[in-house]
Design a protein around this ligand. Structure first.
Ligand code: NAI
Ligand code: A1CAB
Length: 272
């Protein structure tokens, strides 16, 4: 990885967080290049990370070992088709675009080795998690390059089937929003119980942080941690019983199913 040359196509939020993560890990600025049509974006990312950012995508990929596509899914077809003549067969393409399948990218780019990823927005704080899928022609070295790249902003996990990227999208890609929804709802409920809004908000946020740190740092699972909070006939038990009587697990299962279904549906629509 230390000598891998990487070109980012699109230098927006996700690309900038990946570039920042790589630079923080000591990757040489000379090894990273990016392209973006926005003059302000080019200037900002170049200044912040000390890398070269150009306007021309073909110029960015020249001499790169890995080309990371970080444009919006709706832009992928036109960007890929325009990039195709500039690519060399050995260049690994890594896509973070939601809902764009390897088959679609193959149709637009030709027979390049591909890694399709689904990161999430905590990548901005280097606390992300990504699911990665590789096509069969990706070499072990290229798998390592992709994994190292995504690991710069969090944890990277491989899946063996491309369809599992829809499940990854449902769990972790969209997942931060579910926790934000719970934070919103708990804060609102605290206010209904009489707390000032800022107090309800701080209590909720610190509880979310504390629970996440306990769950990630513990050698017992979430069910056991929950049991330890839940005194028999106590307050937590009253709340958990209420959640479960209203079908909490079924609500979560149905919501994640809707996200996975939408991910597959988007792939169908955007792949045309
Ligand atoms: N936001 C999220 O939660 C997640 C986003 N993603 C994916 O990451 C990708 C990037 O998303 P963001 O960084 O949030 O978007 P963004 O809008 O911040 O960045 C996209 C960048 O692409 C540039 N661009 C537009 N046309 C271009 C072209 N023809 N050539 C080169 N660059 C071009 C834009 O100027 C912009 O700076 C998307 O495909 C999205 O699906 C993946 C996982 C999670
Ligand atoms: O909501 C979406 O479609 C994208 C994919 C994962 C997070 N945001």
């Amino acid at each position: 990885m230390s000598k891998t040359r990487i070109a980012f196509i699109g230098a927006g939020n996700m690309a900038a967080s990946l570039i920042g993560g790589m630079r923080a890990q000591g990757v040489d600025a000379e090894l990273i290049r990016a392209s973006d049509p926005g003059a302000e974006t080019r200037e900002r990312v170049a200044k912040e990370h000390g890398i070269k950012v150009v306007a021309d995508n073909a110029e960015a990929v020249e001499g790169a070992d890995v080309v990371l596509l970080a444009v919006k899914p709706q832009m992928m077809k036109s960007v890929c088709e325009a990039l195709k003549p500039a690519l060399k067969p050995h260049q690994l393409i890594v896509s973070i675009a939601a809902g764009i399948t390897c088959a679609s990218m193959r149709a637009w780019l030709g027979e390049q080795p591909l890694v399709r990823c689904m990161p999430n927005t905590p990548a901005l704080l280097r606390q992300g998690v990504s699911g990665l899928y590789a096509t069969a022609d990706v070499t072990p070295d290229q798998r390592e390059q992709a994994e190292t790249l995504l690991s710069a902003v969090g944890i990277a996990l491989w899946v063996d089937e491309e369809a599992h990227i829809d499940a990854v999208t449902a769990v972790s890609g969209s997942g931060p929003a579910y926790f934000f929804l719970l934070i919103e709802a708990m804060t609102a409920a605290g206010v209904k119980l009489g707390l000032p809004a800022d107090v309800a908000s701080k209590l909720t946020l610190q509880t979310a942080l504390g629970a996440a740190l306990m769950a990630t740092g513990s050698d017992v699972d979430a069910a056991e941690l929950r049991r330890r909070v839940t005194s028999p006939a106590g307050t937590t038990e009253a709340a958990i019983k209420s959640f479960q009587a209203d079908g909490f697990e079924a609500i979560v299962e149905k919501a994640l199913g809707a996200a996975a279904h939408r991910s597959a549906e988007l792939a169908e629509q955007l792949g045309k």
